[in-house]
Design a binder for this molecule. Structure first.
Ligand SMILES: [Mg+2]
Length: 274
């Protein structure tokens, strides 16, 4: 009985192999394509760097230290009250767990996932942020948060900021994205009533509209033109995970590239010597 079953199994297996080998397309006729196993693997080191490199932490402290010195040495007088304008993501809040999730799930940014992450209200503060913003508050400087988080994320964003004991975490001081990603209109609302001492951000468009919608060549050129502002009125935070440097720069504002094309673009833009 056992032997008969074994013969049946062998017969079935040989039939299966024959059917599969007949139905499988001829490899020679298929286009040769270099297919990567993962679409997010390329960002692993940038996320690990933000989460583990002490140099990342040091750069954040360096940025907040400069911002603090600027407050301490400021000499200007103004009829208007003083304010600071700060971006939120990767300037005040660390969203690297969201970017870690993208790698593990091997998916691209998605608005619904991003909103779901925000609702957890579990983003930690960027190193040095809580101490700096509370120092500014103690010096009578109001903080305005201008962020491109979606306006529907208002409640959880305010709550996350409050949980971290950040000052001015209220609707009068938090301007999220309603119509446009461009931030100048929101900056102008603050500038109408306040003397803005500094802008803090991880993306050049957090500082000035001259950086909006520019390619990497122009962005680098503008940074050279405005180099005296960095460390004084513009305080930059490190973000190797994402930003206009990638979407506007590396991918040239084209959201329609395939995963394969994006991979090719990354390879093509590497500067090498061989
Ligand atoms: Mg940001």
């Amino acid at each position: 009985m056992k032997l008969r079953n074994m013969k049946k199994s062998l017969l079935f297996l040989s039939l299966l192999v024959t059917v599969l080998s007949c139905s499988a397309p001829n490899k020679q006729e298929r286009p040769v394509e270099k297919v990567k196993d993962s679409i997010r693997e390329h960002s692993v080191l940038s996320v690990l760097w933000q989460q583990h490199a002490a140099e990342y932490r040091a750069l954040c402290h360096q940025a907040f230290n400069m911002a603090r010195w600027n407050i301490e040495i400021r000499k200007e007088l103004s009829d208007k009250p003083f304010a600071i304008i700060a971006d939120i993501d990767e300037t005040v809040l660390d969203n690297s767990p969201y970017n870690g999730m993208l790698i593990i799930q091997d998916i691209e940014f998605d608005k619904n996932d991003w909103i779901e992450w925000g609702k957890l209200e579990s983003a930690e503060a960027v190193p040095g942020a809580v101490a700096f913003f509370n120092f500014a508050d103690s010096m009578g400087i109001e903080v305005f948060y201008i962020s491109n988080r979606y306006d529907v994320q208002r409640a959880e964003t305010l709550s996350n900021l409050r949980k971290l004991n950040l000052p001015n975490a209220d609707s009068n001081h938090v301007f999220l994205k309603t119509r446009t990603s461009a931030k100048q209109e929101r900056r102008d609302r603050v500038l109408a009533d306040y003397e803005v001492l500094m802008y803090l951000g991880d993306n050049l468009s957090d500082f000035s509209s001259v950086f909006d919608n520019q390619n990497n060549s122009k962005r680098n050129e503008l940074v050279e033109e405005l180099k005296a502002s960095f460390g004084s009125t513009f305080i930059v935070f490190p973000n190797a995970m994402y930003g206009d440097w990638e979407s506007r720069g590396i991918y040239e504002s084209n959201r329609d590239w395939t995963d394969q094309q994006r991979d090719s673009i990354r390879q093509a833009k590497l500067v090498t010597y061989k």
